[in-house]
Design a protein around this ligand. Structure first.
Ligand SMILES: [Cu+2]
Length: 543
């Protein structure tokens, strides 16, 4: 579904006589001026219609005045069905009638009357400019170099990421992207049961990217990059300032005080932040790549925006969501992301190991019953590589180039460290799950194929089943010493809280890539100490 269709679909619903008649009859609404229609993907529930027509099944809300937060008043029980090719409402589904919640839920600055008053200015000064150099979409920052990409579907992508190691440019990542997403809701109520958005493949994270032209909330010197796309009619479309890049202070990089000499050595960490933010109707996703001076690469999704809300009868509660205001509830849901990492450590041919930490049996060789070690198993084929996280063995993965040895004679490598994660709660028989098979494992590894880009397949909108990772990896292709691609699925389980309303404080989820025998020693050992500053008189200073 394209961006222009979001607008056209809303207009089509608002112009529909059938929709107007229902609004008047059950909600007493004479006109549709204050009604908001959010295009929602229809999914595929096995019907003839799902297979043969391009559909949307929007969710509707109504503002109480032209600029208030309309999401606070969901029109529960009403779902128009739109044929997107004809751009026409084909019917209005009604599942019952709920009164509109009455309490406003505003967050905008011009709506609030009271702000806290104890915030003093915090200014970031970079008097000599930023430490990065930019040539078009190519970036150099300290020892890192890479190219920024942007597409309608994946949004921000990183390419040809390299690190300069004593004058030698060494490749790490060929391409990194968010390949797919799915947000399934866990509420069987008729209005809620079909909610599951594939935000990348159905809506397009690049198409939904914010233009940061009016500024963003980053501090310091910021460099913006435009995103160039086209509309569904082939007209050029530029999202001005779709990607933002800046440097951030990140606390301690490393520290040691030799207590006998009393000589503290400390270095401050600085990271380069490359980010883009997508607004998919009510929700916001920030996609942040961080590069660090010690060779670490981090990816973090920031989840914020407004929850997809539903209405309840007075005095009613739902076990499938949190009551957050009178007659207003936020259904439970999960957010699954899949990131595709085409790693090229010192060249194309790499091997992935699954690393599990295992304790030795107590006995003659382990008399104090304290021994444990990391067991690295090479992933030889795709089926063997499918895996879940495992807390019992502190499971990580290690990507190596078996053809290039480091200073201690081991293959050079990077470690993949997962962060928070979840299992899907919907059954494998759930319609959305058949279409989102990438949630079946946290980790997948495939040999590089040009056409394998999107974890749920090329065409997830109203797709049928088993496309993408489950289908490709059934071939069980060999993975050793070849051009491998890591696909990591990570899920955030969102049991909403009243504090997530009216606008949700940011939640974070992601992962880390850490050099592991890639360098000879701490690559950040050459970061110079910061210039000494006199403490400001009267200020409390902890360095
Ligand atoms: Cu959520």
């Amino acid at each position: 579904m394209t961006m222009d269709e979001q607008v056209e679909c809303e207009q089509a619903v608002l112009a529909s006589p059938e929709f107007k008649a229902v609004l008047k009859k059950h909600y007493g609404l004479e006109d549709t001026k204050l009604v908001m229609v959010d295009i929602w993907s229809a999914g595929n529930y096995g019907t003839e219609e799902d297979r043969t027509r391009r559909l949307a099944r929007p969710l509707c809300f109504v503002r109480s005045d032209p600029t208030d937060n309309g999401y606070a008043r969901p029109i529960e029980g009403l779902r128009p069905v739109v044929d997107l090719n004809e751009m026409k409402v084909i019917r209005v589904e009604e599942y019952g009638h709920w009164p509109l919640p009455q309490q406003p839920g505003n967050y905008a600055a011009d709506r609030l009357t009271k702000f806290r008053t104890d915030i003093k200015p915090l200014e970031i000064a970079q008097p000599e400019g930023p430490s990065f150099e930019v040539d078009g979409y190519q970036v150099r920052w300290q020892k890192w170099s890479f190219v920024i990409g942007f597409s309608a579907r994946e949004g921000l992508t990183l390419h040809n990421l390299c690190y300069d190691d004593n004058g030698k440019k060494r490749s790490i990542l060929y391409r990194a992207s968010l390949s797919e997403m799915v947000v399934p809701y866990g509420d069987p109520a008729p209005q809620q049961a079909r909610k599951n958005a594939f935000d990348a493949g159905e809506y397009g994270l690049g198409m939904c990217a914010n233009s940061l032209e009016l500024g963003c909330d980053c501090l310091g010197l910021i460099k913006y990059f435009d995103g160039h796309l086209c509309t569904s009619r082939g007209e050029p479309l530029t999202i001005k300032n779709a990607v933002c890049m800046h440097e951030e202070d990140y606390g301690i990089l490393w520290k040691h005080t030799d207590r006998r000499l009393n000589t503290p050595e400390v270095r401050r960490s600085r990271r380069l932040v490359i980010s883009s933010i997508a607004t998919v109707e009510n929700y916001e996703y920030g996609f942040f790549w961080y590069l660090y001076q010690d060779g670490n690469i981090q990816f973090e999704v920031k989840l914020t925006g407004i929850l997809a809300l539903g209405a309840l009868q007075p005095e009613q509660k739902s076990p499938y969501g949190a009551l957050i205001a009178p007659q207003l509830y936020a259904p439970n849901h999960q957010h699954f992301f899949n990131v595709r990492l085409d790693l090229d450590l010192d060249g194309v041919a790499n091997t992935v190991y699954q690393v599990d930490v295992v304790a030795d049996e107590p006995g003659e060789r382990n008399p104090f019953a304290n021994a444990f070690s990391a067991r690295a198993v090479p992933l030889k084929s795709e089926k063997q590589a499918r895996a879940h996280l495992k807390l019992e063995t502190a499971r990580t993965w290690k990507i190596v180039n078996p053809n290039v040895k480091n200073a201690v004679g081991e293959p050079v490598g990077y470690k993949f460290m997962p962060g928070d994660n979840s299992f899907p709660f919907a059954s494998t028989d759930a319609w959305w799950r058949k279409r989102a098979g990438f949630v079946n494992y946290h980790m997948w590894v495939t040999p590089f194929r040009e056409g394998e880009r999107h974890a749920a397949g090329d065409h997830p909108n109203q797709s049928q089943a088993r496309d993408g990772l489950p289908r490709w990896t059934e071939q069980d292709r060999p993975l050793v010493n070849t051009d491998i691609v890591l696909w990591y699925t990570f899920g955030h389980t969102h049991i909403p809280r009243p504090e997530d309303y009216p606008v949700m404080p940011t939640a974070y989820i992601g992962f880390l890539l850490k050099p592991n025998g890639f360098f000879t020693e701490n690559p950040a050992n050459d970061v110079p100490p910061s210039p000494k500053k006199a403490a400001v008189k009267g200020a409390c200073c902890h360095g």
